[in-house]
Design a protein around this ligand. Structure first.
Ligand code: TXA
Ligand code: MG
Length: 319
């Protein structure tokens, strides 16, 4: 199994050697490799079982570093960078040729972000290359929000997991793109639509859900546990499925069931986001026929949480 620890020098040495290291971020843990090393990048796709049409996010530690990777930073991007970097926001920007095609799946934009996790920023500052890092889970499964989650699934495939404790945002970064002067949100995430609009005005929300997405990666069946999830009114679904071994994932109501997780006992959306993936994993480990879940209020981070719940519940086309 992979070693879990807080040794930045060890992580640095492995990455410099072209190996992969799982890194903590405030959103979810990433499976990191040298963005300029084609073998390392290819190894990320192989380790996750990820199709090559699904490009990777490049992580770095400062806006100056981002400028080495992209040809221009639109005005609105600069405003958002100032407010949300380091933080759970990924921007699609025109790439320089220094970024390998494999990283962007041949697209002319590169996804970049500065994660808000001190141990990882320190690691990034110590390296003379940026890190590509998709979420550190097998493709299609629930993203990891702790070192142990990574160990559970990828532990046999990687040498080291840098431990930064639990990810306190808990859902992936918001991904935005720029066309002319317009902003499009391609993935809902840790920065809400409202927060973005408050800074730069109206944006379009265009999250994809086809099996051949234009902005790849937004597959309908994603973030999925192995146990089927039924989304809807929990109370009536409990009655309809009385013969089955069911688990419950509610927003804030206690349904008095044994196998139950309440996303936000305090009613806060940030608490629900932080708990979402850990609770889905926990429920998936229980011997259940079915997980009954409900959508959360459609406000703030609730939009991103509901996006993940719907994808987790979507029928699997392969498996
Ligand atoms: O919070 C996060 O963003 C985490 C942490 C580790 O930083 N990373 C993450 O990476 O969620 P991943 O690979 O699981 O998701 C990245 C998404 C994919 O859906 C991919 O298709 C999209 O970003 N993406 C990357 N580059 C893109 C590009 N140039 N154009 C459109 N979409 C892109
Ligand atoms: Mg992912």
């Amino acid at each position: 199994m992979a070693e879990i620890g807080k040794d930045i020098l060890k992580a640095k040495a492995l990455l410099e050697d072209g190996q992969l290291v799982a890194i903590p971020t405030e959103t979810v843990y990433g499976l990191a490799g040298n963005a300029y090393n084609l073998d390392a990048v290819a190894n990320i796709f192989a380790t996750k079982n990820r199709p090559a049409f699904d490009p990777l996010i490049v992580h770095t530690y400062s806006l100056d570093q981002v400028k080495n990777l992209v040809t221009e930073i639109p005005e609105k991007a600069a405003i958002l960078a100032e407010h949300y970097w380091p933080g759970p926001l990924t921007m699609l920007l025109k790439r320089k040729s220094i970024i390998p095609d494999l990283v962007t799946s041949g697209l002319d934009t590169v996804a970049v972000r500065i994660p808000n996790k001190e141990i990882t920023l320190e690691l990034l500052r110590s390296l003379d290359f940026p890190l590509v890092a998709p979420s550190a889970n097998p493709f299609g499964y629930i993203s990891p929000t702790s070192a142990q989650h990574v160990e559970d699934q990828l532990g046999s495939k990687i040498p080291y997991i840098l431990d930064g404790g639990e990810s306190n945002v808990g859902i992936e970064s918001t991904i935005i793109g720029f066309e002319n002067d317009e902003i499009t949100i391609h993935r809902l995430g840790g920065v809400s639509v409202d927060e973005i609009e408050a800074l730069v005005g109206k944006v379009k929300v265009k999250t994809h859900s086809s099996s051949n997405p234009l902005a790849p990666g937004m597959l309908e069946n994603h973030y999925s546990p192995l146990t089927p999830i039924l989304l809807g009114d929990i109370e009536s679904n409990i009655e309809d499925h009385s013969g089955k071994k069911i688990g419950i994932l509610s927003f804030s109501v206690d349904f008095g069931q044994q196998t139950q997780k309440i996303l936000a006992p305090d009613g806060k959306m940030t608490t629900a986001a932080k708990n979402l993936f850990a609770y889905l994993r926990w429920l998936d480990r229980q011997p259940l026929d079915l997980i009954l879940a409900e959508l959360v209020p459609e406000e703030g981070l609730g939009l991103a949480i509901n996006d993940r719940l719907k994808r987790a519940a979507a029928k699997k086309t392969t498996h």
